[in-house]
Design a protein around this ligand. Structure first.
Ligand code: GLP
Length: 261
């Protein structure tokens, strides 16, 4: 696992947008797995700016969703489908045809989950999966004690996550759904390059456990230790509880530029 410590969220966004740009120049129709939440927004803004300036050609990029609420009416502004269309697909100038996600309003949720896993595989698999992290160490919506081999499925949110996400629902926890669909940890580990971005002191403990703790389902993000090419990008605040921070800094400073992320 490579850990890159950047000065702030904007620098993290720029670094990951550059990595996505490099991927798209190698593979123009790359399948980009995108996360929601506040953390990845600087990535999407930096990438959209590169597309506007002509530095990156994203015209053939494909985008896929990581997770989704269950039971929100179609078109709800906080459904993750709406969020990804608004924050990623539209700013990159892509059409809905280049976007895929699980159906959070399906009658048969389990069938929708299985169909989504199949669709990801049929699309050739995710080339780069951007991830945030919950304060409890979740990735996607894989809450603590999720199976590390899990596939896309329905999950029940913890009270902690519903409180954290209430800010997107008028600060009213009662509006936050209890159930979600999430790519499983096993599904996420099949992506060719997972990149986790964490910013702010509130994520420092989860980051330390993810990077330096044991692989354990109580901290779902720690499963990234099992991936041969996982990158964790953190700002100084989110890195503040890492014991090996100086080592990570020195390693990245000495990294040949041609290697990229
Ligand atoms: C939600 C999403 C996660 C995201 C997390 C953290 O739970 N399902 O994918 O990583 O929120 O969000 P934020 O980046 O806003 O802290």
């Amino acid at each position: 696992m490579e850990v890159v410590i950047v000065p702030d969220a904007a620098a993290g966004g720029e670094l990951i947008a550059e990595a996505i740009g490099a991927l798209l120049s190698r593979r123009p129709d790359a399948l980009l797995g995108v996360a929601t939440g506040s953390t990845p927004l600087p990535v999407y803004r930096a990438l959209a700016a590169k597309v506007r300036s002509g530095a990156v050609d994203a015209s053939r990029a494909r985008v896929c969703q990581l997770d989704e609420y269950v039971g929100l009416p179609p078109g709800h502004p906080e459904s993750y489908r709406s969020v990804v269309l608004r924050e990623v697909v539209e700013p990159l100038g892509l059409s809905e045809a280049s976007f895929m996600g699980p159906d959070g309003s399906a009658e048969d949720v389990q069938a929708a989950c299985e169909a989504y896993d199949r669709a990801l595989a049929e699309a050739g698999g995710v080339d780069l999966q951007l991830l945030g992290i919950g304060t409890d160490g979740h990735i996607g919506f894989n809450e603590p004690c999720s199976s590390l081999a899990s596939r896309t499925r329905i999950k029940t949110l913890t009270e902690r996550t519903r409180i954290d996400n209430a800010r997107f629902f008028d600060d009213d926890i009662d509006q936050v759904p209890h159930h979600v669909i999430t790519q499983g940890i096993g599904t996420i580990l099949e992506s060719r390059h997972p990149i986790l971005l964490a910013t702010g002191e509130g994520k420092a403990e989860a980051v330390a456990q993810t990077v330096e703790g044991p692989v354990a389902s109580i901290v779902p993000a720690s499963a990234l230790q099992l991936h041969p090419h996982a990158t964790v990008v953190v700002d100084e605040a989110a890195a503040s509880k890492l014991k090996l921070a100086d080592y990570f800094r020195a390693t990245y400073a000495a990294k040949p530029a041609w290697q990229g992320l």
